[in-house]
Ligand binder design. Sequence first.
Ligand code: HEC
Length: 113
Amino acid sequence: MKKYYIFFVFIFYVTSYDVSAAIYKGQMIFATHCVECHTGRVSFIESHTKKEWNSLFKNRAKKIIAIHKSINDEEHTEALSYIQSARFLKKYRNLREFLVEYAKDSGKVPACN
Ligand code: HEC
């Protein structure tokens, strides 16, 4: 019995740890690659519900990539090329976790940093 208990505590610890690590990484991506254009930070994150963020990130972030592909902004070429890169496709899930965590209907506000 005790063994099972420890096992469940362990699983809980591992899964909750993973999620907060993803949210943290997502926040870093947002701060590095999105804030320079989406300056509203909190208001931008809160501009969508969880469902809307999930839909924007569907099919490997297809909509988000498509929106930014059509933008021609010479001041932010690096951030724009990041969104279209393989690096973004590896990490976009973290960004989704972060945005969903603090979405309009989440009742949470991210700490400033
Ligand atoms: C070069 C500046 C720039 C960068 C960098 C940028 N965006 Fe955008 N983004 C825009 C513009 C311009 C639009 C289209 C106009 C609008 O709707 O605000 C847009 C639109 C969007 C939209 C759809 C509009 C909405 O609110 O539904 C989302 C979602 C979005 N961006 C997310 C992101 C994310 C996530 C990042 C970081 C990975 C990012 N953007 C980085 C300029 C940028």
